[in-house]
Design a binder for this molecule. Structure first.
Ligand code: GTP
Length: 355
């Protein structure tokens, strides 16, 4: 089966981390997020993927090329301007002549795509939308279904009391080419507010496929951090970086000095330098080439490549972008930082995120 992954968004909710980096390239357990998605799709029988790119496409293309080493063949559909979720897929329509999957590029889940395809086929659906259940659906697209899972109504971001169900659009679809044919070409157009409601209006068979496994939209710093921690703590599994138990996994050339305290689960990238008295309390991830000064402390935190933390600095529940320097004795918690100059030459320092 072919799949289209939507990776054209600017990832504004993940700023400042996504200044200069597409959301699909942010490291999760020290590998670009999109690599995890491709590994998941490959496990479920997808052999060709079209990446619908728009924001910083060259960063994605330079890393992935034609998919060498990923196990899937990659193509790119480039938008001159953002065309929205359905508009972006429409651009790839020439390559989509059979049933295909579409995925939002910021979703991590253990959805069984093969089972979803069987569901789609058994109902002869034009479109099937994966549904996941959330506590509070008010920030999501709620999908009401009837007998057999047929969609009856879409409610975008309902007030809490207005939501009749907690099942929301999980951002993974299976579609027939005939359904995509209804989307206008070269027009900004969305699945959620455009194509799916249109298909419903036309009486086409649109189904919801509920699944109860792991699901997260990692598009905010909190959810991004949660994903990394969940993978290290066994709440979620990656086909790319398998993880078990409270391991302390050290990269090449990492030396743990006397007096340092490392509590798993934690992943320390190649070439990290840890000084005496360092404490790392998992779940924690250090990208390659990080340097923790004497007595520095990291807890429930993700550091990207080349982060430096000075003597006695302490970081709790933080995400720190590549090559950021954290000052000695700094006390940081619940924040996302990126200290590297942004594309325009402006230096982004800190952006606090609510705990
Ligand atoms: P925020 O700015 O933080 O909302 O992020 P986003 O726009 O990157 O993500 P959003 O959650 O709004 O979109 C869901 C998925 O669709 C993400 O993977 C986006 O990359 C992707 N996406 C959104 N709009 C477009 C678009 O116009 N073109 C393409 N190709 N992808 C899109």
């Amino acid at each position: 089966m072919k799949a289209v992954i939507l990776v054209g968004g600017e990832g504004t909710r993940l700023r400042p981390l996504t200044h200069g980096m597409p959301k699909s390239m942010v490291p999760v357990l020290n590998r670009p997020f999109l690599e995890h998605t491709l590994a998941h799709l490959r496990q479920h029988g997808v052999d060709e993927v079209i990446l619908a790119v728009g924001y910083l496409p060259q960063v994605i293309q330079a890393h992935f090329g034609a998919g060498e080493g990923t196990g899937v063949r990659l193509r790119y559909a480039l938008e001159p301007r953002p065309l929205g979720t359905a508009g972006a897929v429409k651009r790839a329509a020439a390559h989509l002549d059979r049933t295909f999957a579409v995925l939002n590029g910021d979703i991590f889940s253990d959805l069984d795509l093969g089972a979803m395809l069987s569901f789609h086929q058994s109902r002869q659906a034009q479109a099937t939308i994966a549904l996941t259940r959330v506590e509070d659906p008010s920030a999501f697209g709620v999908v009401e279904t009837g007998p057999g899972g047929r969609v009856q109504r879409f409610i975008e971001k309902p007030h809490r009391e207005e939501a009749t169900t907690n099942w929301i659009n999980a951002g993974v679809y299976i579609l027939e080419p005939e359904a995509l044919a209804q989307a206008p070409p070269d027009t900004h157009y969305m699945f959620e507010r455009g194509l799916f409601p249109l298909l419903l209006e036309q009486g086409e068979p649109v189904y919801g496929y509920p699944f109860s496994g792991y699901w997260v939209d990692m598009g905010t710093p909190q959810k991004y951090l949660q994903l990394n921690c969940d993978l290290l703590q066994g709440q979620a599994q990656s086909f790319l970086v398998p993880w078990e138990g409270n391991e302390v996994r050290l990269g090449k050339g990492v030396v743990v000095p006397p007096g340092a305290e490392l509590r798993g689960p934690c992943l320390i990238g190649d070439g990290c330098k840890l000084e005496r008295g360092v404490r790392i309390w998992g779940p924690a991830v250090l990208g390659p080439g990080c340097h923790l000064g004497p007595e520095a402390m990291v807890e429930a935190t993700v550091l990207w490549e080349g982060v430096t933390a000075g003597r006695g600095a302490s970081l709790t529940r933080c995400v720190v972008g590549s090559h950021t320097q954290v000052q000695a004795q700094a006390r940081l918690h619940d924040c996302a930082l990126a200290g590297k100059p942004a594309a325009g030459g402006r230096s982004v320092t800190a952006a606090a995120t609510p705990p």
